[in-house]
Design a protein around this ligand. Sequence first.
Ligand SMILES: [Zn+2]
Length: 206
Amino acid sequence: MTKQGEICPICGEGHLDHRVEKNEVEYNGHSAQLDCHFSVCDSCGSEQASPIQIRNNKRAMMAFKKQVDGILTGAELKALRQRMGINQSEAAAIFGGGPVAFSKYESDDVMQSEAMDKLLRVAGEFPDVLSSLAQKAGIDILGQSQAAVLSSDPAKYVRFELPIIIETEAPDLKRPKLRLVHSSEPTMRPVSDEWVAVSSQRYASC
Ligand SMILES: [Zn+2]
């Protein structure tokens, strides 16, 4: 943001006053009112935008385009990555895009490709996909994701449960019901209203 009181670079006398106005924008048949940041000189009256103001305006427009295109916005992508328990550079190593890709996606400087967007959604939905990609990238997400699971609100991690239930519907055999709770990384299952991390066991009796 341009600080109020900065000297106007055009007249060299007045001071710049930061303003935010709603600006009507259109993209692919959709319109929205976005915040437009700029400054006005209190002496010569010229309107101008600093590089930071221009960047903020561009980011707001990019977030709007992502919404229209059905692509995760920067804020949504960041929330998804955080639920995965990985930082930006780990995300880049796991999903590709280059070292600063996720910084640019999350700040709405760049729109991720449709393919990247779909991959992220799938990895967010299926922990096996995430752990397989992480393994291929040589990233150990087990320790962190387990720590995150145990220290955070369990409700946030519902997506990470593996609800693959294998039940034997054969009462005549009196077999115990088996439930797949783990394949390759810790996951959770509800036990008496509490969530527990289950590790290293492939099957557990219900
Ligand atoms: Zn001026």
